[in-house]
Write a protein that binds this ligand. Sequence first.
Ligand SMILES: [Ca+2]
Ligand SMILES: [Ca+2]
Ligand SMILES: [Ca+2]
Ligand SMILES: [Ca+2]
Length: 424
Amino acid sequence: MKAVFCLGVLFVTAALTASGCQQTDKNADNNETDGGGDSDGDSDGDGDGDGDADGDSDSGGDSDSDDDQLWQAFPIGSTLIGIRDYATGDFDQDGDLDIAAVADESDMVVWFENDRIIDDNWPQRGIDFQFTDPKLIRIADIDDDGDPDVVVCQGGSLNINTKILVYLNEDGDGKSWSRHTIVEEFNNLLYIVNSLSVGDVDGDGDGDLVATIGADGLVWLENLDQIGTAWSQHVVDTAFEYVGDGAVLGDIDQDGVPDIVSYSTELDRMSWWPNNGAGAFPVDRPICNSCEETSPLSLADIDGDGYLDVVTNRNWYHNPTTVDTPWTVSPIDGADTTAMADLDNDEDIDLIGIEMGTSSWFENDLNSVSSLWPERRITVEGRIGQAADLDHDGWIDGLGQDRVTGQIVWFKNPGFDATSRYPL
Ligand SMILES: [Ca+2]
Ligand SMILES: [Ca+2]
Ligand SMILES: [Ca+2]
Ligand SMILES: [Ca+2]
């Protein structure tokens, strides 16, 4: 459908969780398309359907006699080639979670409609069919109209992330998207977007961005006009120039406004910046000064004390709940953490992780004196990177990509017996 191009003002960074727009890794979001549209069906109109060169490991489907395949798999979007990132949101506002994705080989930004039929046939809807090299995608209500919009980071000539755009969901039904530039010109190494996160930083109701960007370090991008067409950049910390990695938003001190947590693998330093309530971050508070983490940061209340903790690839950092108390770290005895959710419905946050090409979930068992994170296999065929209840049955499912083809696959949580944790 239609596309509106507005050049917003520009600048600087955007931060979104982890993996920013820069090269590989499971999610990247940058997009910029312009209204794409297509109508229904997954006609996809992009031609090239074959794709999957190698292996073809039957992407998912339950089949697969492997006993380890405990969660039934449903592949989605088989014609979308080169998927770089994906995210969920209810784009058509019908009450279920849909899936948006960017594909840099097919230069497309699309979403797949959840039709509530438990199968692998989710209709593909267009957002932008001509977006060169999209890398990262993030979902947030940027213009404060109640429906989810799409933020995309675009790759540059050296396969770096150089540009950030937003597609506004104009009518709340996912059919009409207008494109606006948030940060332009990032066309050199000074402006690599390493991470991107979304949230209302200044508390005025609209969606802003936090990012780590090349020469600017850790910054946040203010949505100036509340409709996502004019933006300005604010530097949070220049110490992260060129070396900032993950940046995420979350209310660390429980004062009602989102704070920033960021990490630099180069500096081995992780800190959080309290938000003064209006988007100013005058001081930083250390979380660790000699940490050696390698993965994106995530926030979740792991120990159930009401405060967000920080989870990295193999550790979690306890939020001390008071500003002057040092954070402590505990290992996560499992795989590299990629997603977190209460998977067994016992009211604590469990982890999903990847190790040796397989995805498992690790039960939060911190109240037990025995094992801390018992492992339960989900699949040997997919890299799960997110968690969401896609079939509305009350059990949070896994969402990821086929290990061989890269196709999007969702894995249905079978539900678990309350005591044995065996699938129901
Ligand atoms: Ca929906
Ligand atoms: Ca705002
Ligand atoms: Ca749990
Ligand atoms: Ca479910």
